[in-house]
Design a protein around this ligand. Structure first.
Ligand code: CTP
Length: 408
């Protein structure tokens, strides 16, 4: 998983994982590991059909506890008289992944004819379902109806992916990617304190073309912005991302506009900004763009003299434009990448860009800045608070920045 999916801090929260009889059942082991990396405690129920693909012992060996299997006379450690009720009393979230067509039917009709079906029926908290099956089974009217019923019953539905499936058919029915399943689960566990807020995040570098094959850019990976977007999404915000060229992907629930140049980023961000509640500018925008060489590729033979001279013209300051257009109810978060005079520069940018909150870091320091998984931040806000944070994972920096904004 890319770094912006690796949120931790869910210590003390328990996910009960239901695993049913699909070839994708082996992927439930990765789900278990990913949830443990988020600090969640995981218990599991492996149905009889599920256990034909992956044994309950595999889940136990990886630390799931308790692990249930059959309702009567099962071998799982979790087989107590009231095992069919226990996750409902103790776990925070029930995640069924993969869910077969027959499991979906059981859940939709409220059947209680196996351990997992009973546990689901008796589960009062958030329930998530991630189906996996043959595309024709997925398209079948009965499955469509059950899928709609699950929505009406309040299940969080994680849509299957399209592609080749094990039996050789192609279409929708593959288990959703790990990232989508983990994100939906962590969202169900997160405080929804940003619910109802529309958040815009700019992220990544921009690329300013010079000739047909060359551009001016910087090494930003977009990770800090992706962490801001993800933290807001997990906490219930409606998130729009304007991303420069980056290899990062985002959960299905976010609106993502991909751009290349600073001018395109400016257009996309300023278009969206009036309808947003919070803007968060993490993009490493090129402040200048080279005057284009011409139509084709620059050849060495085109050189006039010994040195190549390239002229640059200024790009818009996107955050400054958002600051100028900011209305009473809107809030703006900026970032500052510095190599000297960190605090003074941060103070200047907080004021000149009309920000509510600014996080500044020294990008020349190891473990802070471009393409790093961590950052050491100096954080300042418009109400006068100044804080120096230790080096933290970018996921944690993002979570704390949203905490900080909510305090104001
Ligand atoms: N920013 C922006 N558009 C630009 C330049 C910067 O939106 N053309 C935003 C960045 O996303 C960041 C903040 O402004 O949130 C500060 O960016 P930074 O590169 O640190 O500073 P600059 O404003 O470019 O100023 P300087 O060149 O003096 O460092």
């Amino acid at each position: 998983m890319q770094p912006h999916y690796r949120f931790a801090g869910f210590m003390g929260r328990r996910v009960h994982l239901g695993v049913t009889g699909s070839i994708a059942a082996y992927k439930a082991l990765d789900i278990l590991r990913a949830l443990q990396e988020a600090d969640c405690r995981v218990s599991a129920t492996v149905t009889e059909a599920g256990a034909r693909f992956v044994t309950p012992l595999s889940f136990e060996a990886l630390g799931a506890s308790p692990v249930y299997d059959a309702m009567f006379g099962g071998s799982g450690k979790g087989d107590t008289s009231f095992g069919h009720l226990e996750p409902g009393q103790d776990a925070d979230v029930l995640l069924i992944a993969p869910a077969t067509a027959s499991t979906m039917a059981r859940l939709a009709f409220g059947l209680a004819d196996d351990m997992l079906a009973c546990q689901a029926l008796a589960f009062p908290g958030p329930k998530l379902v991630a189906p996996a099956m043959n595309p024709r089974m997925w398209e079948a009217p009965a499955t469509r109806r059950n899928w709609a019923t699950l929505e009406a019953l309040g299940y969080v539905r994680i849509e299957p992916d399209s592609g080749n499936v094990a039996c050789g058919d192609t279409g929708a029915g593959r288990l959703a990617p790990l990232e989508q399943i983990v994100t939906a689960t962590l969202r169900a566990l997160s405080p929804q304190d940003l619910a109802g807020r529309k958040v815009l995040v700019t992220l990544g570098p921009t690329r300013e073309p010079w000739d047909a094959v060359r551009f001016w850019s910087n090494p930003s990976s977009g990770t800090m912005g992706a962490c801001m977007a993800m933290a807001a999404y997990l906490r219930g915000a409606e998130v729009s991302v304007v991303a420069g060229p980056t290899a990062l992907d985002f959960p299905d629930g976010m609106q993502v506009v991909r751009v290349q140049t600073a001018r395109q980023m400016f257009e996309a961000a300023t278009d969206l900004w009036p309808s947003m509640d919070v803007g968060c500018a993490t993009a490493a925008v090129a402040d200048f763009r080279p005057l284009p060489f011409g139509e084709g590729k620059f050849k060495k033979a085109d050189l006039d003299g010994d040195n190549l001279m390239v002229e640059f013209e200024p790009n818009h300051d996107i955050l400054q434009a958002m600051g100028r257009a900011k209305t009473g109810g809107q809030q703006l978060i900026g970032f500052a990448a510095e190599t000297a005079d960190l605090q003074a520069e941060a103070e200047r940018k907080l004021k000149s860009k009309r920000l509510d909150l600014l996080a500044a870091n020294d990008v020349s320091e190891a473990g802070s800045g471009f393409a790093s998984a961590t950052n050491r931040m100096f954080v300042l806000d418009a109400s006068g608070r100044r804080e120096s944070w230790p080096q933290l994972p970018k996921t944690e920096v993002a979570w704390r920045l949203w905490d900080h904004l909510l305090l104001d």
